[in-house]
Design a binder for this molecule. Structure first.
Ligand code: ZN
Length: 235
Protein backbone atom coordinates (compact mmCIF):
# COMPACT_ATOMS: atom_id res chain seq x y z
CA UNK A 1 0.00 0.00 0.00
CA UNK A 2 1.21 3.51 -0.84
CA UNK A 3 0.63 6.46 1.45
CA UNK A 4 -2.97 7.73 1.26
CA UNK A 5 -3.65 10.52 -1.28
CA UNK A 6 -2.24 13.86 -0.18
CA UNK A 7 -0.12 12.39 2.63
CA UNK A 8 3.66 12.63 2.72
CA UNK A 9 5.22 9.17 2.33
CA UNK A 10 6.54 9.10 5.91
CA UNK A 11 3.20 9.82 7.63
CA UNK A 12 0.48 7.21 7.83
CA UNK A 13 -2.89 7.70 9.54
CA UNK A 14 -4.41 4.75 11.37
CA UNK A 15 -8.14 5.18 10.90
CA UNK A 16 -10.54 3.53 13.33
CA UNK A 17 -14.28 4.26 13.62
CA UNK A 18 -13.89 6.49 16.68
CA UNK A 19 -10.45 8.02 16.52
CA UNK A 20 -7.51 8.40 14.17
CA UNK A 21 -3.88 8.34 15.21
CA UNK A 22 -0.68 8.66 13.20
CA UNK A 23 2.54 6.79 12.48
CA UNK A 24 5.71 8.60 11.42
CA UNK A 25 8.46 6.65 9.72
CA UNK A 26 11.98 8.00 10.21
CA UNK A 27 13.88 6.44 7.36
CA UNK A 28 17.43 7.11 8.49
CA UNK A 29 16.71 5.45 11.84
CA UNK A 30 14.64 2.67 10.28
CA UNK A 31 12.15 3.27 13.04
CA UNK A 32 8.55 4.29 13.66
CA UNK A 33 6.97 6.75 16.07
CA UNK A 34 3.33 7.19 17.02
CA UNK A 35 1.37 10.35 17.63
CA UNK A 36 -1.34 9.06 20.04
CA UNK A 37 -2.52 5.45 20.21
CA UNK A 38 -6.31 5.32 19.77
CA UNK A 39 -8.64 3.19 21.85
CA UNK A 40 -10.35 -0.23 21.56
CA UNK A 41 -9.45 -1.75 18.19
CA UNK A 42 -6.54 0.64 17.76
CA UNK A 43 -3.77 -1.92 18.15
CA UNK A 44 -5.22 -4.35 15.61
CA UNK A 45 -5.80 -1.44 13.20
CA UNK A 46 -2.19 -0.37 13.75
CA UNK A 47 -0.86 -3.87 13.01
CA UNK A 48 -2.98 -4.12 9.88
CA UNK A 49 -1.88 -0.70 8.67
CA UNK A 50 1.81 -1.41 9.30
CA UNK A 51 1.52 -4.70 7.39
CA UNK A 52 -0.13 -2.91 4.45
CA UNK A 53 2.61 -0.27 4.38
CA UNK A 54 5.31 -2.99 4.74
CA UNK A 55 6.48 -1.23 7.88
CA UNK A 56 5.72 -4.13 10.21
CA UNK A 57 9.41 -5.08 10.54
CA UNK A 58 10.33 -1.61 11.84
CA UNK A 59 10.55 -1.00 15.60
CA UNK A 60 8.22 1.50 17.28
CA UNK A 61 10.66 3.65 19.25
CA UNK A 62 8.47 6.33 20.78
CA UNK A 63 4.91 7.49 21.45
CA UNK A 64 4.01 11.18 21.63
CA UNK A 65 0.62 12.18 23.03
CA UNK A 66 -1.32 15.27 22.01
CA UNK A 67 -3.28 15.15 25.27
CA UNK A 68 -4.29 12.75 28.00
CA UNK A 69 -7.84 11.73 27.08
CA UNK A 70 -8.74 8.06 27.27
CA UNK A 71 -9.40 7.65 23.52
CA UNK A 72 -5.78 8.71 22.83
CA UNK A 73 -4.03 6.91 25.66
CA UNK A 74 -5.88 3.63 26.12
CA UNK A 75 -3.30 1.57 24.19
CA UNK A 76 -0.12 3.21 25.49
CA UNK A 77 0.61 0.68 28.24
CA UNK A 78 0.15 -2.33 25.96
CA UNK A 79 2.29 -0.81 23.20
CA UNK A 80 5.05 0.08 25.67
CA UNK A 81 4.99 -3.47 27.01
CA UNK A 82 5.20 -4.92 23.48
CA UNK A 83 7.73 -2.55 21.96
CA UNK A 84 9.68 -0.88 24.78
CA UNK A 85 8.83 2.53 23.22
CA UNK A 86 9.40 5.68 25.27
CA UNK A 87 6.41 7.92 25.99
CA UNK A 88 6.23 11.72 25.83
CA UNK A 89 3.17 13.68 26.96
CA UNK A 90 2.20 17.30 27.66
CA UNK A 91 3.30 18.18 31.18
CA UNK A 92 0.08 20.08 31.89
CA UNK A 93 -1.96 16.95 31.08
CA UNK A 94 -0.25 14.81 33.74
CA UNK A 95 -3.49 14.25 35.68
CA UNK A 96 -5.37 13.39 32.48
CA UNK A 97 -2.69 10.84 31.59
CA UNK A 98 -3.00 9.31 35.05
CA UNK A 99 -6.79 9.15 34.75
CA UNK A 100 -7.34 11.44 37.75
CA UNK A 101 -8.07 14.85 36.26
CA UNK A 102 -10.60 16.70 38.47
CA UNK A 103 -13.25 17.58 35.88
CA UNK A 104 -15.56 20.50 36.62
CA UNK A 105 -18.75 21.93 35.17
CA UNK A 106 -19.86 20.54 31.78
CA UNK A 107 -16.66 18.54 31.37
CA UNK A 108 -17.64 16.31 34.30
CA UNK A 109 -19.56 14.37 31.64
CA UNK A 110 -16.24 13.74 29.92
CA UNK A 111 -14.89 12.37 33.21
CA UNK A 112 -17.87 10.03 33.52
CA UNK A 113 -17.45 8.84 29.93
CA UNK A 114 -13.77 8.16 30.51
CA UNK A 115 -14.47 6.30 33.77
CA UNK A 116 -17.09 4.16 31.97
CA UNK A 117 -14.67 3.50 29.10
CA UNK A 118 -11.93 2.41 31.49
CA UNK A 119 -14.31 0.03 33.26
CA UNK A 120 -15.76 -1.45 30.06
CA UNK A 121 -12.74 -1.47 27.75
CA UNK A 122 -9.85 -1.54 30.21
CA UNK A 123 -7.01 0.80 31.00
CA UNK A 124 -3.52 0.33 32.38
CA UNK A 125 -1.43 3.21 33.62
CA UNK A 126 1.76 3.92 31.72
CA UNK A 127 5.09 5.57 32.41
CA UNK A 128 5.84 8.96 30.87
CA UNK A 129 9.54 9.32 30.04
CA UNK A 130 9.46 12.94 28.81
CA UNK A 131 7.11 15.75 29.73
CA UNK A 132 6.52 18.20 26.90
CA UNK A 133 6.25 21.96 27.26
CA UNK A 134 5.40 24.68 24.72
CA UNK A 135 8.22 25.13 22.20
CA UNK A 136 9.96 21.82 22.94
CA UNK A 137 11.43 19.94 20.03
CA UNK A 138 10.00 16.45 20.08
CA UNK A 139 12.55 13.67 19.54
CA UNK A 140 11.10 12.34 16.28
CA UNK A 141 13.27 12.80 13.22
CA UNK A 142 13.89 16.52 13.03
CA UNK A 143 11.89 19.69 13.07
CA UNK A 144 8.71 18.85 15.02
CA UNK A 145 8.01 21.33 17.80
CA UNK A 146 5.28 21.48 20.40
CA UNK A 147 2.67 24.24 20.10
CA UNK A 148 0.49 24.65 23.17
CA UNK A 149 -3.15 24.65 22.00
CA UNK A 150 -5.17 24.61 25.23
CA UNK A 151 -8.94 24.49 25.40
CA UNK A 152 -9.88 20.88 24.84
CA UNK A 153 -7.57 20.10 27.78
CA UNK A 154 -5.28 22.46 29.64
CA UNK A 155 -2.14 20.84 28.26
CA UNK A 156 -3.39 19.99 24.77
CA UNK A 157 -0.47 20.17 22.29
CA UNK A 158 -0.17 20.40 18.56
CA UNK A 159 3.05 19.33 16.85
CA UNK A 160 4.19 21.64 14.12
CA UNK A 161 6.83 21.27 11.43
CA UNK A 162 7.69 24.77 10.20
CA UNK A 163 9.47 23.76 7.00
CA UNK A 164 6.95 21.09 6.03
CA UNK A 165 4.01 23.32 7.08
CA UNK A 166 2.20 20.47 8.79
CA UNK A 167 0.40 20.38 12.12
CA UNK A 168 -0.68 17.38 14.16
CA UNK A 169 -3.70 19.16 15.56
CA UNK A 170 -4.93 16.61 18.13
CA UNK A 171 -8.52 17.36 19.13
CA UNK A 172 -8.45 21.08 18.38
CA UNK A 173 -11.24 20.35 15.89
CA UNK A 174 -12.99 17.40 14.24
CA UNK A 175 -12.86 17.28 10.45
CA UNK A 176 -16.08 15.94 8.92
CA UNK A 177 -16.51 18.07 5.80
CA UNK A 178 -19.57 20.32 6.16
CA UNK A 179 -20.08 18.80 9.63
CA UNK A 180 -16.66 19.81 10.92
CA UNK A 181 -16.83 21.17 14.43
CA UNK A 182 -14.98 22.22 17.52
CA UNK A 183 -14.90 19.63 20.29
CA UNK A 184 -18.26 19.66 22.12
CA UNK A 185 -18.52 21.53 25.38
CA UNK A 186 -18.78 18.39 27.50
CA UNK A 187 -15.33 17.26 26.28
CA UNK A 188 -13.43 20.48 26.96
CA UNK A 189 -11.78 20.92 30.32
CA UNK A 190 -10.41 24.42 29.57
CA UNK A 191 -12.98 25.83 27.09
CA UNK A 192 -12.18 29.53 27.54
CA UNK A 193 -8.85 29.04 25.79
CA UNK A 194 -10.14 27.20 22.71
CA UNK A 195 -10.62 30.43 20.79
CA UNK A 196 -7.07 31.55 21.55
CA UNK A 197 -5.78 28.23 20.20
CA UNK A 198 -7.85 28.51 17.01
CA UNK A 199 -6.51 32.01 16.56
CA UNK A 200 -2.98 30.80 17.01
CA UNK A 201 -3.28 28.02 14.43
CA UNK A 202 -4.85 30.48 11.98
CA UNK A 203 -1.64 32.49 12.23
CA UNK A 204 0.65 29.53 11.42
CA UNK A 205 1.94 29.04 7.90
CA UNK A 206 0.39 25.63 7.14
CA UNK A 207 -0.32 23.42 4.17
CA UNK A 208 -1.87 20.54 6.09
CA UNK A 209 -3.51 19.54 9.37
CA UNK A 210 -3.62 16.05 10.86
CA UNK A 211 -6.57 15.82 13.28
CA UNK A 212 -7.48 12.84 15.46
CA UNK A 213 -11.18 12.88 14.64
CA UNK A 214 -12.40 13.11 11.08
CA UNK A 215 -13.25 11.42 7.84
CA UNK A 216 -10.38 9.93 5.86
CA UNK A 217 -9.17 12.89 3.81
CA UNK A 218 -5.94 14.63 2.90
CA UNK A 219 -4.12 16.99 5.31
CA UNK A 220 -4.88 19.92 2.99
CA UNK A 221 -8.61 19.10 3.10
CA UNK A 222 -8.48 18.95 6.91
CA UNK A 223 -6.68 22.29 7.00
CA UNK A 224 -9.46 23.87 4.92
CA UNK A 225 -11.99 22.72 7.54
CA UNK A 226 -9.83 24.18 10.31
CA UNK A 227 -9.56 27.52 8.54
CA UNK A 228 -13.33 27.65 7.99
CA UNK A 229 -13.95 26.97 11.69
CA UNK A 230 -11.39 29.58 12.66
CA UNK A 231 -13.17 32.14 10.46
CA UNK A 232 -16.50 31.24 12.03
CA UNK A 233 -15.38 31.31 15.67
CA UNK A 234 -12.53 33.77 15.84
CA UNK A 235 -13.35 37.44 15.67
ZN1 ZN B 1 -9.73 14.54 23.46
Amino acid sequence: MQSPPGYPPDIQPVWTPWVTFHVIQVQREEALYLIDTGMAGGISALRRTLRQRHWDHLPIRGIVLTHGHYDHTRNVAELVRETGAWVAAPRLDKLHCEGRHPYHSWSQICGWLEAGGRRLLGFHSFPVDFWIDEGDTIPIGSGWTAVHLPGHTGGHMGYHHTRRKLLFSGDLFASFGAFSHLPPRILNSDPERLRHSLNLTASLDLEGALPNHGWPASPSHHLKQLHQLARRYVI
